[in-house]
Write a protein that binds this ligand. Structure first.
Ligand SMILES: [Zn+2]
Length: 170
């Protein structure tokens, strides 16, 4: 049996008297908690370099963090695992960047709906854009790759975007 409760923390970190029992939205969870949705990949380049991104062309990548937005409405876990492998037949633009990257972090955003373009739009307002057309051959977005000098997890506005797209309250 799972019983979620809300408790109050006081400023001295002691727990208040009031305990509230919360309801679990089981139907919503059953619908949303499947292995599908969107994901962000955070790739780090420790030094700048020129990288050929397949037929999109060669681009100069400054050092820093690159944030890629994708989606997999079937088996999100397997897709992310594929991105993690450096040696593979290159299929997507991102495959040319993952093989060059010095760091890899994946952030799944599970959802029954495909939100990758909305997420890309939200990131475009808080980060610099990567090469035009990167990962966006099948949609109208300028790009699905973004760049940041700081690690995105150290940026509050990035956390706000994650909060907005991760499982919403029904
Ligand atoms: Zn898009």
């Amino acid at each position: 049996m799972i019983l979620p409760v809300a408790i109050e923390w006081k400023s001295d970190l002691s727990i208040g008297q009031e305990v509230k029992i919360l309801e679990i939205p089981w139907d919503y969870l059953r619908q949303e908690i499947k292995d599908r949705g969107s994901y962000l990949l955070v790739l780090q380049l420790e030094r700048e370099r020129r990288i050929e991104i397949g037929r999109l062309g060669k681009f100069w990548f400054q050092k820093g963090y690159y944030i890629y937005v994708g989606s997999a409405m079937n088996s999100l876990r397997a897709r992310i695992e594929r991105h993690r492998q450096k040696r593979k037949k290159k299929h997507w633009h991102i495959d040319y960047l993952t093989q060059e990257s010095d760091g890899f972090l994946s952030i799944p955003i599970r959802s029954s709906q495909r939100h990758e373009c909305e997420i890309a739009e939200a990131l475009s307002s808080i980060m610099k854009s990567g090469p035009p057309g990167f990962g966006s051959s099948d949609c109208h977005c300028l790009t699905h790759l973004f760049r940041s000098e700081k690690h995105p997890l150290q940026i509050e506005a990035f956390h706000d975007v994650l909060q907005r797209f991760r499982m919403r309250h029904p």
